[in-house]
Design a protein around this ligand. Structure first.
Ligand code: AIR
Length: 396
């Protein structure tokens, strides 16, 4: 039986407010519903994914202060489902530390430059980087240290590959540098990694940290296609990832769920990005764990001690179902119906009204009970084939 919240101390109408109403807010709301925690969501439209499950929707752009003020009036605590926020504006209206995690703790994480600075300050491993303005004033001999290909990344709003570009040559770079918005970007060295890994976990108000297993994520076109749990890495790498995670959350006094993406290869483990929220790579936890990432975040932000995290199965496979072209022969309803007939499937449909190419529309999770990684990988390939026959990955 899920632990319910003690409602006696709640003076406002809703225990929790969520800024944003996409699929992450939807799954947070579902986790809150299970615990009888009342949720109010601020999002542009009640038709957004979380709208159908929230107890109340403030129909307003999450970036608009008027809506934020209404949310503060209605809710005991407020959580984020994405980091596209205007932190300086929110600081002006944050009377009693209503946000979880606190604005101070997420401030270094909401844009790529401040993330990079934090990582540098803490001497944690990550790809070499430079701002475009500093790059432009490099001496010739310094430029030689930046070999092609290079990666350029936008300071803000980068998600699902939208803020990333690969630069293959001097010509590519020159045309990029004359581009109007090049000052909003940074340059990063190209990393030839073997695998992409992710570690999601939580830190509660007492400072206790809980982890999900380290997973391997598989991307196409910079968008996560599927996630295999657990990753096949040795104990040293796992320990290092856990140390990095713990150092960051302790340094920031971060409270709630957070995800860290890593590159792993000949350069060892490098931090790619930090996401101060629930993360796509831990969606498997809804079925595979004693407490999901959404449950952890909901519990911590509403003052309930979160349960410890254990896997119910040996592993899991989570596949993202990304939007396809308009002329795809099977309707979404038909795709979902066929997918639900695959043995062991757990489908999460986000209820987005518009399907566009590459948009995250749904995901599907399978528990894996094979005892070793090789067998789990074989099983995953077989399931992946079945799923892709019905819902292929998009051709961008
Ligand atoms: N999101 C936020 N950061 C990364 C991700 N994936 C989720 C949030 C957000 C939604 O993606 O839940 O609201 C936006 O999805 P879309 O398809 O509307 O762009």
């Amino acid at each position: 039986m899920d632990q319910k919240i003690n409602t006696e101390n709640i003076k406002k109408n809703y225990s929790l407010g969520i800024l944003g109403g996409g699929q992450l807010a939807l799954m947070l709301t579902e986790a809150a519903n299970k615990r009888g925690i009342k949720v109010c969501v601020q999002t542009k439209s009640s038709n957004d994914p979380a709208g159908s499950k929230a107890d109340y929707v403030i129909e307003a752009d999450p970036l608009k202060l008027k809506g934020n003020k209404d949310l503060i009036k209605e809710c005991e605590k407020i959580i984020f489902e994405n980091e596209w926020i205007r932190i300086e504006k929110l600081k002006l209206i944050d009377a009693n530390n209503i946000f979880v995690p606190s604005l101070q703790s997420i401030q270094p994480l909401v844009d790529r430059i401040s993330q990079k600075k934090l990582i540098e300050k803490m001497s944690l491993p990550s790809p070499r980087w430079i701002t475009i303005s500093n790059f432009k004033i490099l001496e010739d001999d310094e430029i030689e240290h930046w070999n092609f290909p290079l990666m350029v990344k936008s300071f803000k709003g980068g998600y699902d590959g939208k803020g990333n570009k690969k630069i293959n040559s001097k010509e590519d770079l020159n045309s990029f540098l004359v581009g109007a918005d090049s000052d909003d970007w940074l340059i990063e060295e190209w990393i030839d990694y073997k695998n992409e890994l992710a570690l999601v976990g939580s830190r509660d108000f007492d400072g206790t940290i809980r982890f999900f297993p380290v997973v391997e994520t598989f991307q196409k076109n910079n968008v996560c296609e599927w996630v295999l749990t657990p990753a096949e890495i040795n104990i040293d790498v796992t320990t290092f990832a856990i140390n990095i995670f713990s150092s960051i959350v302790n340094e920031l006094n971060y409270v709630g769920v957070i995800g860290i993406e890593f590159f792993y290869g000949d350069n060892g483990l490098l931090i790619n990005e930090i996401a101060p929220r629930t993360h796509n790579s831990a969606h498997f936890s809804i079925e595979a764990c004693t407490s999901s990432q959404f449950d952890q975040h909901i519990c911590i932000s509403s003052g309930v001690k979160p349960p410890d995290i254990k896997m119910y199965s040996q592993g899991s496979l989570m596949i993202n179902l990304l939007g396809l072209k308009k002329n795809f022969p099977l309707s979404i309803e038909k795709r979902i119906e066929l997918l639900s007939q695959i043995k062991g499937s757990n489908i999460h449909w986000y209820g987005k009204s518009k399907e566009s190419v590459g948009r995250k529309m749904a995901h599907i999770t399978f528990l894996l009970n094979e005892k070793n990684h090789f067998k789990r990988t074989e099983k995953s390939k077989d399931i992946l084939r079945q799923v892709r026959d019905i819902w292929p990955s998009p051709n961008y």
